[in-house]
Design a binder for this molecule. Structure first.
Ligand code: NAD
Length: 422
């Protein structure tokens, strides 16, 4: 029976995820018997988050924490603050975390959280109240051994510090391991901030090598110039690629000779977006998808590469920095056109991998150097991609279906060994 509390369509996030799971069933062998466990979240919590605003009004926000799977370990996944967040979106994001964590073989299940709010409309004081009340409300299901939140869109190290403090105050013990992505002076890990972008670069570098695409001189377009997009752009820039186009919520910019990232990154920090950058010309948002480039990095929100855009894309390689940026129909079009997609569930797994390092360091109270972290990250991502590539070659399937095959097999094998209770 389908779930009664969501109504997915073929292109909505949960609908996209269900299609991805269906595609993997033929490769699961006898484990396919357990596949329904992947099609429903283990636990779904919806909370009311009331706060008193600076002007005395009482405002209510809707918050979520979904634990899709706890089969292979504690839940793990970020918290998103965005006005368009819905339960269905958080469910899909939590499921993709299960797949991602299993694809990289981290000992975690999958979870995700969010609040339907535009945090840019809140004062710092209101943002802190919102975060603390939300943390208290979901405190009944999170914990260092239960479910470990992290930053996602519009949440950062400061918000993680408030979450950690609230949880610690409520439980009566300082629990640094309850969240990752914390400030370094509070048990955070070196290398965490840029880890997702670094993972995008590492998987992109390996994929480019396999399809004989030279990174030096390759033209790159990046959608989303936040944490993930800007870090990936910087690493590609350092490796000799030319970043020719960028788009964010403020607009789109283009420079055929490439941006000077040492000027663009501070411009975005100072003004809040790419629009108005002096070293580029403005372009309309739809034309961004027609840009002549070899590598396209969607690193903003879901469903950005639609079927229409997939038909026009010029790139040879798509690196999914964002979660769920390509709809199922668009995915098929890209595959038919021979455009290689490194899917989100492996491409952007660098962040959760260093989150795992942070969690391990917090438990052992022994902290590693940034070089050690980057080296271990590189090794894990390269190894995970190799296994996925072998699976894709073996069955002649896309990297996305191969990543799901590797991950679902690990989750369902664990499920089978644990059995059902009672
Ligand atoms: P962020 O808040 O730092 O940046 C988001 C970027 O998206 C900003 O540049 C913003 O302007 C842009 N954006 C927002 N709405 C847009 C729109 N309508 N059109 C174009 N651009 C738009 O967030 P982030 O942490 O960089 O996350 C970006 C994506 O990467 C999300 O899908 C997130 O789930 C995913 N992701 C993030 C991490 C992480 O560690 N931060 C890990 C894995 C996946």
């Amino acid at each position: 029976m389908p779930l009664s509390y969501v109504n997915p369509t073929s292109d909505s996030p949960w609908g996209t995820y269900l299609t991805q799971v269906d595609r993997v069933i033929p490769y699961l062998g006898p484990l396919a018997r357990w596949v329904e466990t992947l099609k429903r979240p283990k636990r779904t919590l919806i909370v009311d988050v009331p706060i008193e605003m600076d002007d005395g009004r009482i405002a209510h926000y809707e918050g979520y924490r979904v634990q899709h799977s706890l089969t292979r370990g504690p839940g793990k996944g970020g918290v998103r603050y965005h006005p368009d967040v819905t339960l269905e979106e958080v469910m899909a994001l939590s499921a993709w975390m299960s797949i991602k964590n299993a694809a990289v073989n981290l000992p975690f299940g999958g979870a995700k959280g969010g609040i339907r709010v535009d945090p840019k409309q809140l004062s710092l004081n209101e943002l802190e109240k919102l975060t603390r009340r939300y943390t208290s409300e979901i405190g009944i299901i999170i914990g260092p051994q239960q479910d470990i939140p992290a930053p996602d869109v519009n949440t950062d190290a400061q918000i993680m510090a408030w979450m950690m403090d609230t949880y610690s105050m409520n439980t009566g013990a300082t629990a640094t391991g309850v969240v990752t992505g914390k400030p370094i002076h509070l048990g955070g890990s070196l290398g965490r901030v840029k880890a997702t972008g670094r993972g995008v670069f590492v998987t992109g570098r390996e994929a480019a090598r396999r399809i004989h695409l030279e990174i030096i001189g390759a033209k790159v377009a990046v959608q989303g110039f936040g944490n993930v997009g800007s870090s990936a752009a910087e690493l590609f820039g350092q490796a000799g690629a030319i970043i020719v186009a960028a788009q964010d919520h403020t607009g789109s910019i283009f420079n055929a000779r490439g941006f000077d990232l040492s000027l663009l990154v501070p411009h975005v920090k100072a003004t809040g977006g790419v629009a108005g950058f002096a070293g580029a010309e403005a372009m309309d948002n739809e034309s961004f998808w027609d840009v002549d480039c070899q590598i396209m990095i969607p690193a903003a929100l879901e469903n950005q590469i639609t079927a229409a855009r997939a038909n026009r894309l010029k790139a040879r390689l798509v690196l999914e920095g964002a979660n769920g940026p390509t709809g199922s129909a668009a995915d098929d079009i890209l595959a038919d056109r021979g455009i290689l997609v490194v899917p989100d569930v492996i491409c952007n797994a660098g962040g959760v991998t260093v989150s795992y390092f942070e969690w391990v360091q917090d438990f052992s109270s022994f902290f590693w150097t940034e070089d050690e972290i980057n080296m271990r990250l590189d090794k894990i991502m390269v190894g995970a991609l190799r296994k996925i590539w072998d699976t894709a070659d073996q069955h002649q399937i896309t990297l996305r279906t191969a990543t799901f095959a590797v991950a679902c097999e690990r989750i369902l094998a664990a499920r089978q060994s644990r059995g059902l209770y009672p």
